[in-house]
Design a protein around this ligand. Structure first.
Ligand code: PMP
Ligand code: GLN
Length: 378
């Protein structure tokens, strides 16, 4: 086969969002907010555009933004990253994920991915000739089976990909998990890619366990995040990676030839917006209220919710309600009941179907109430 991804199709997020549009359904499928970005950031972008900041940004990112990101993560996690040499601004977290995997993975290298898994990890491994090694998270709490991770490590294991808070399950890694990970990677040739795009969307007083807090992991760690998630602007495609200097140098070599640099005025605007921590400190409470509102309004439905500790996703089991596969049900509900969701089986390579749908609650209260009302009628 000449092409590299012969078996990769259109993502389920695109499929379900299109179906929601076609059938005029309430769209709780693809993960994006239906409410607006802060007008303050929009006017900051406007200010910088009008002020002439419209040409190429420096390849790694606008220096003041690199420094703001470093002081933000250093302040939160008690680390000491240098913005200019250890932070890279990319076109969404997606480009950081691509760059990290591409700079590390050679043909035949094994990459541990936990399932259910966000869709972008595996194709990036395959593009680079790597071998995805899938490990299923353990129900009911979707925890990492560390004993199995140890068993699956070989001399070809190059990378472990983690994601916390976790899409789609809403689980979050604990300090104990990070210590397990640390003991596995210390003194090994195994690297860690930590997808932390939902770092600020964590509930019930839980503290987000970033790999940035763990120097032994960060010796070979890349931490990825996204302004799209934190500031409700998924369409702006701006994210970043934080990694030690020797890894950042390599990430930038990929970034230089994928996008070269990310749009300039938005970088300047976020640099200013990040000056005020209040602009992101309210985010966990805001989304927790949305989770609680959705749960409250669906409590009389026949769906059974899983705990959601973070992200803006809520898993619901429909066991005993319908004798249908999850994709079939997601399509049926979109077309016939006007409610779009994501079938969880798409996060598994073998399409394991546990009769679970994922609902996105990053929506206005009105949208959530309407979606929940439909749930209660099913
Ligand atoms: N990782 C996860 C787990 C996500 O849910 C998303 C959301 N789209 C991304 C990465 C990509 O982030 P971005 O839109 O900034 O590329
Ligand atoms: N992360 C989003 C989700 O899980 C989708 C992003 C995308 O469509 N690529 O729904």
């Amino acid at each position: 086969m000449i092409y590299k991804l012969p078996n990769t199709g259109t993502s389920i997020f695109t499929i379900m969002s299109k179906m929601a549009l076609d059938y005029n359904a309430i769209n709780l499928s693809q993960g994006f907010p239906d409410f607006e970005v802060s007008p303050e950031v929009i006017s900051l972008i406007n200010k910088h555009m009008m002020g002439g900041r419209n040409q190429y940004a420096p390849m790694p990112g606008v220096p003041v933004l690199l420094e703001r990101i470093a002081s933000k993560v250093n302040g939160i996690h008690g680390c000491k990253y240098d913005g200019l040499s250890e932070v890279t601004v990319t076109a969404g977290a997606t480009e950081s994920i691509y760059s990290a995997i591409t700079m590390l993975v050679h043909p035949g290298d094994e990459v541990i991915i936990f399932e259910p898994a966000y869709d972008s990890y595996e194709p990036n491994v395959l593009i680079n000739g790597g071998v995805p090694v899938r490990i299923k998270l353990r129900l009911p709490d979707f925890s990492i089976p560390w004993d199995e991770v140890r068993q699956k490590i070989t001399n070809k294991t190059r990378l472990i990909v983690i994601n916390s808070p976790h899409n789609p399950t809403g689980s979050a890694l604990s300090k104990e998990d990070m210590l397990e990970l640390s003991s596995i990677v210390t003194n090994s040739e195994i690297y860690v890619l930590s997808d932390e795009v939902y770092e600020h969307i964590i509930f019930d007083g839980l503290v987000h366990e970033s790999i940035l807090k763990y120097p032994e992991i960060m010796e070979k760690g890349i931490c990825v995040s996204s302004f799209g998630k934190t500031f409700h602007a998924t369409g702006w495609k701006i994210g970043y990676s934080v990694a030690p200097r020797h890894l950042t140098e390599e990430i930038r070599k990929i970034h230089q030839f994928v996008t070269f640099s990310v749009n300039t005025p938005i970088q300047w605007a976020f640099a200013e917006f990040l000056e005020n921590p209040e602009n992101y400190k309210h985010v966990p409470a805001m989304f927790q209220n949305k989770r609680d509102l959705f749960l409250e309004h669906t409590k009389n439905s026949r769906f059974k919710p899983f705990p959601s500790y973070g992200t803006y996703f809520q898993l619901m089991s429909y066991e005993g309600m319908y004798d249908l596969g999850d994709y079939e049900l997601a399509q049926k509900l979109t077309k016939e009941s006007g409610l779009a969701s994501i079938p969880m089986s798409f996060f598994y390579k073998d399409r394991q179907d546990d009769h679970i749908l994922r609902f996105c609650f990053a929506k206005s209260d009105e949208t959530l109430e309407k979606g929940a009302e439909i749930c209660c009628k099913l």
